[in-house]
Design a binder for this molecule. Structure first.
Ligand SMILES: NC(=O)C1=CN([C@@H]2O[C@H](COP(=O)(O)OP(=O)(O)OC[C@H]3O[C@@H](n4cnc5c(N)ncnc54)[C@H](OP(=O)(O)O)[C@@H]3O)[C@@H](O)[C@H]2O)C=CC1
Ligand SMILES: O=C(O)[C@@H]1CCC=N1
Length: 287
């Protein structure tokens, strides 16, 4: 597994189209539209509804098409694109790929961010010469703070992987993995922001039950999460050591940590990640 970080300067990304720009596609798009990201031409995006497409009205760097009003929307978007990102729900991927297959540029790279859709299922639907790469990003890509696993399908050569790696490096860090690790990436970092948001929800509710008003509770919890994450990032310290720095012997933290550990905190993460991987495997079987 290789970890890389955002390069200082590189060639512009090739002309790009995105089929579906909802929570995840929209986060990638926001990252790609950030100042300093160089990309060949406007990014062509599609949505199902006109209402979603209208958010891009007047933008110079994005051309939007809506499939509900234009049956050719997805095909129009991919024409001329060297890089096509599939950002629709897993169960819509096959239909979307069938729709665009013969409009794809020869030699284009198709990147699917869908959970539980093997690259082989997409490769079976596109013409020879198209490279298929899977990616498992996460929504902090919106801020350039994403974490993405990239895995080549059998059709993708090193140059295709490199292009997709560069694409996601513009919105965060990238790990190049084997495709059999993509479900694990989804369990850890793809879904990971949701675990943190759940933690924030529960901590805020618990703080409110102690007597803080909602605004006070939110501010204390948010600053604690941001501050602790920044401490981990900037010091590079092992989180166990940082935790020990907070936990005075016979102090207050020790009591709270004991409650969490007695409740099986570690085992709970094993179960949650296993359930996540299991759900990806169900999606792979079309369930
Ligand atoms: N959300 C996340 O954190 C992550 C999601 N993923 C993957 O990303 C994919 C998308 O998930 P998510 O962003 O959450 O889903 P959303 O429902 O938020 O977004 C789906 C997008 O697809 C569009 N769409 C639906 N049907 C069509 C169509 N026929 N033609 C063109 N566009 C269409 C929707 O348009 P409209 O708005 O008009 O309905 C919307 O822009 C999934 O496959 C998921 O597995 C991967 C990693 C993380
Ligand atoms: O919940 C999902 O299925 C997607 C994949 C990873 C994050 N969101």
């Amino acid at each position: 597994m290789n970890e890389t970080t955002r390069p200082a300067e590189s060639d512009p990304l090739p002309r790009t189209a995105m089929i579906g720009v909802g929570s995840m596609g929209g986060a990638i798009l926001a990252g790609l539209r950030a100042p300093g990201v160089r990309i060949d031409g406007p990014i062509a995006v599609t949505t199902r509804s006109l209402a979603s497409a209208e958010q891009f009205a007047g933008a110079e760097d994005v051309v939007a098409f809506a499939s509900e009003s234009d049956p050719e929307a997805n095909r129009r978007a991919v024409r001329g694109a060297r890089l096509v990102i599939l950002g629709v729900k897993p169960w819509m991927i096959a239909d979307a790929v069938r729709e665009i297959a013969d409009a794809l540029e020869p030699g284009a790279i198709v990147v699917s961010v869908a959970a539980g859709v093997p690259s082989a299922a997409i490769e079976a639907l596109v013409p020879a010469g198209i490279s298929v790469v899977r990616a498992m990003p996460n929504t902090p890509s919106h801020l350039g703070l994403g974490a993405t696993g990239v895995a080549p399908g059998a059709s993708a050569d090193a140059a295709a992987v490199d292009t997709v790696r560069r694409l996601f490096e513009t919105v965060g860090i990238v790990l190049v993995v084997h495709e059999d690790q993509i479900n694990d990436v989804a369990a850890v970092s793809g879904s990971g922001p949701a675990y943190l948001f759940l933690y924030a929800e529960e901590m805020t509710a618990a703080a409110a039950r102690l007597g803080f008003d909602e605004d006070q509770a939110r501010r204390l919890v948010l600053q604690t999460i941001v501050g602790a994450a920044e401490l981990m990032r900037s010091t590079g310290e092992d989180p166990a050591r940082l935790r020990r720095n907070v936990t005075s012997p016979k102090g207050t933290t020790e009591r709270a940590i004991a409650v969490l550990q007695d409740a099986g905190w570690g085992a709970l993460f094993d179960r949650a990640l296993a359930a996540n991987v299991q759900r990806s495997e169900e999606l792979e079987r079309g369930e």
